[in-house]
Design a binder for this molecule. Structure first.
Ligand code: NAD
Length: 507
């Protein structure tokens, strides 16, 4: 298999996927096509950014690479610094826009918006999302969905009531690399066999509290009006109870979401330890070191899933590792950590060989040449090494984004958050279904926010299946939430949750 063939296959897959989605979704497009304010084309989307901090900048950067996005407003309470900085960038790229300190004023005055991208601190997400949806706008809201279950529930309920789209910013859900791993390696070929354990982490160094330019603080009255006691707290909101959820929620949300996705299940219980091992407890309210064990009972059987956050050592960085009876898959947004290899005693060599030949797995050029004339039988022998020896090589999925690598033949050249924004915008245009709609975000919020409860309780906590259900499952759901009509067979079933309904899992 050469690079050209692999690329052609990928291009064709992407074309087929989007063509199918386009056909299915156009009739249910949530955007009113043909709007004609000055110069607006039918596919253009008028967007406001709410929260112009570190993440807001990354998202604007992504949007600037996407055709049809027109920034019309920027709202941020740090008028003289973050707001000004983003506004300048947008001006440079020709986006004529207004600036605001207060989002309600923005909603009152901007009558031409289609969507809002929210990247404010977690404790603002629920209120702002609800108000934006109520104002008739589609919303892309960053993770964590909310710092409270109640907040997350209100967001999902409001999306349901208003019929507007709400995408939660779990960007791995739209990452072609993650999609490939789930669709082809887990779901289609079941390459790993039964997944009995998961291991994941985000280890990193401690860093100094975030500061601010001393000549540019926000005045005290404004800080207090928006829920902050000081500049120090405003800048380091993640560490404060009531504002953020600490590093376990901030970072863990992304990766634990993948556990639920790949297992197609929510956990049954959680046990967790959280301590302040590194940071100054006077200035940090949430634990900096957290270790968690979830127990799942999915369709394939029991799985135990470990996850940790460490703040004093970055050993191994961040990844999710799926341990199956027939293979191991380590994946990460930091793509140089990715690797897939068989559990050679138990592997279904035929299946792995087929998967490799189909192009679902790839390998370095040098080893690829040795494999040209392989059969399934001698393919398995490649992996028969003594248990104490390192494996001779790893496989890789043939898809990746960002950071060129010699090991991966097909590279989608965009930052890893961009496909998730594209998915949101295409869902507004009626071309795609959302990859992380509110009810999936809600399930992840329930899964992750329970960790802090378990730390506090100091014992194992159970999840009731009902906890993950955000809507009344018997209620008929409006179709345009996803921009795509669901088939009758799916619509009329009784599902445990809507996220499950979308995945086709009957209760
Ligand atoms: N998906 C990801 O990988 C990812 C990565 C980083 C951050 N995030 C999320 O993005 C959000 C923002 O994080 P950040 O790192 O940019 O934080 P930040 O502190 O750098 O930026 C927050 C911005 O919001 C503004 N703000 C605060 N309260 C506001 C209000 N009431 N109205 C308007 N503006 C307000 C602040 O002035 C600041 O500019 C958080 O929810 C965070 O968890 C997600």
């Amino acid at each position: 298999m050469d690079d050209k063939n692999t690329k052609e296959r990928m291009d064709r897959r992407i074309f087929l996927r989007s063509a199918a989605a386009t056909g299915a979704g156009l009739a249910f497009s949530p955007i009113a096509f043909g709007q004609t304010d000055s110069g607006k084309k039918s596919d253009d989307i008028n967007v406001a950014l709410l929260g112009a901090g570190a993440r807001g900048r990354v998202l604007v950067n992504g949007c600037l690479k996407i055709t049809g996005v027109r920034f019309k407003a920027v709202c941020d309470i740090w008028e003289t610094f973050n707001q000004k900085r983003i506004s300048r960038i947008l001006g440079k790229y020709g986006h004529e826009h207004h600036t605001y300190v207060d989002y309600k004023e923005m909603l009152d005055k901007e009558k031409d918006l289609d969507a809002v991208i929210i990247a404010t601190p977690d404790f603002w997400h629920a209120k702002q999302t609800v108000d934006c949806l109520d104002a008739g706008l589609h919303v892309y809201c960053e993770t964590a969905m909310s710092n409270t279950i109640e907040g997350a529930r209100k967001m999902a309920m409001t999306a349901e009531r208003t019929g507007k789209l709400l995408q939660i910013g779990h960007q791995r859900r739209s990452n072609p690399f993650y999609i490939h791993c789930f669709e082809h390696l887990i779901k289609e070929t079941k390459l790993l066999g039964r997944i009995t354990a998961i291991n994941g982490q985000w280890n990193r160094w401690a860093h100094e509290p975030l500061g601010w330019p001393r000549h540019d603080p926000i005045d005290q009255a404004t800080l207090e009006k928006y829920g902050y006691t000081s500049m120090e707290q405003f800048r380091n909101w993640r560490w404060y109870k009531g504002l953020g959820g600490g590093p376990i929620v901030d970072l863990g949300s992304h990766q634990i979401d993948i556990y639920n996705w790949f297992l197609q299940a929510n956990p049954r219980s959680v046990i967790a330890s959280g301590r302040m091992n590194v940071y100054d407890p006077q200035k940090h309210e949430w634990p900096d070191t957290v270790m968690v064990v979830y127990e799942y009972e999915s369709a394939q059987g029991p799985t135990s899933a470990f996850y940790q956050i460490i703040s004093g050592n970055r050993d191994g960085g961040y990844f999710e590792k799926f341990l199956g009876e027939q293979g191991i898959m380590v994946i990460s947004e930091a793509s140089f950590r990715n690797a897939i290899h068989p559990e050679f005693i138990k592997m279904d060599a035929e299946n792995w060989f087929k998967c490799f030949k189909k192009g679902h797995l790839t390998i370095s050029e040098k080893i690829m040449q040795q494999m040209e004339n392989l059969t399934a039988a001698n393919f398995a022998k490649l992996f028969y090494v003594d248990e104490s020896m390192p494996l001779p090589f790893d496989f890789m999925p043939p898809v990746r984004i960002e950071r060129p690598s010699l090991r991966i033949p097909v590279k989608l050249d965009k930052p890893y958050h961009q496909p998730h924004l594209e998915n949101f915008l295409d869902a507004i245009r009626g071309k795609m279904k959302l990859n992380c709609p509110a009810e999936i975000g809600y399930e992840t919020a329930v899964t992750v926010l329970k960790i802090n409860e378990a730390v506090e309780a100091g014992r194992k906590l159970s999840f009731e299946p009902d906890e993950f259900v955000v809507y009344n499952p018997h209620k008929k759901r409006t179709e345009h939430i996803t921009g795509t009509k669901l088939p009758n067979s799916v619509r009329n079933c009784r599902y445990h949750s809507l996220a499950q309904r979308r995945r086709g899992l009957q209760f």
